[in-house]
Design a binder for this molecule. Structure first.
Ligand code: AP5
Length: 209
């Protein structure tokens, strides 16, 4: 299955993707993680993307589309993929649909107030992309990633003022992507503000897994 995960920043897309990857046996492609890796590696893409990400804006489509096209052409995507963080606006969704049509777009619905609270307690591993939370998903050893042993940190764009900018960007540019998939009959919606196990169950039901 080729699946798009939609939802506001902090809705739980990455957390759900790391569960679905086992169930579906296809890779997760997170454009956010790819961009953070490019910044860490000091590549030209990373240099160009950084200021947009720090401000909570979208990175220009011209940078993202080439990246995703190259990734989707990799052999591990031949049986499907889970897209987390792409498409982020209607032009990206149109480009994706003409490149590799998706089977389903699953949207996680979470109120903005809940998101602001979640982001302040989120911690991430910038090496492997694993996500944790100080309230309900702690690392086994404080400050150390369970998966790869590297430090877990606060993401730079999780500062409260940047979270508000990202939410605005989401409502202005990404929310209309739901309408795009709805018109194609591919949109499914589940609540994302319930316990993680419940989100996983609802996602499996919606996807027929
Ligand atoms: P990206 O990395 O994609 O960030 P995002 O979409 O803003 O999403 P997040 O990673 O912040 O949140 P999430 O939904 O994955 O939530 P998570 O599972 O971590 O993008 C970052 C930036 O890169 C963008 O702002 C943009 O600049 C750029 N970019 C990326 N893609 C782009 C594109 N296609 N085009 C242009 N620019 C692009 O969960 C959040 C927290 O909540 C965690 O702590 C988690 O433990 C917790 N949590 C999860 N589920 C639950 C639950 N059910 N109950 C309680 N807590 C929960």
């Amino acid at each position: 299955m080729k699946l798009v995960l939609l939802g506001a920043p902090g809705a739980g897309k990455g957390t759900l993707a790391s569960y679905l990857v086992e169930k579906m046996g296809v890779p997760t492609i997170s454009t956010g993680n790819m961009l953070r890796a490019a910044i860490a590696d000091g590549t030209e893409l990373g240099k160009q993307a950084k200021s947009y990400m720090d401000a909570g804006d979208l990175v220009p489509d011209s940078l993202i589309l080439g990246l995703i096209k190259e990734r989707l052409a990799q052999p591990d995507c031949k049986n499907g993929c889970i897209l987390d963080g792409f498409p982020r606006n209607v032009p990206q969704a149109e480009a994706l649909e003409s490149m590799v049509p998706m089977d389903c777009a699953l949207s996680l619905e979470v109120a903005d107030e809940t998101i602001v609270g979640r982001m302040s307690s989120r911690r991430v591993c910038l090496t492997c992309g694993a996500t944790y939370n100080l309230t309900n998903m702690k690392t086994k050893v404080e400050g150390v990633c369970d998966k790869c042993g590297n430090p877990v940190v606060i993401r730079k764009d999780d500062a409260p003022e940047t979270v508000l900018a990202r939410l605005k960007t989401y409502h202005d540019q990404t929310e209309p992507v739901k309408g795009f998939y709805e018109k194609l009959g591919k949109l499914k919606t589940i609540p994302g503000d319930v316990a993680m196990e419940e989100v996983q169950k609802l996602a499996c039901e919606a996807l027929g897994l």
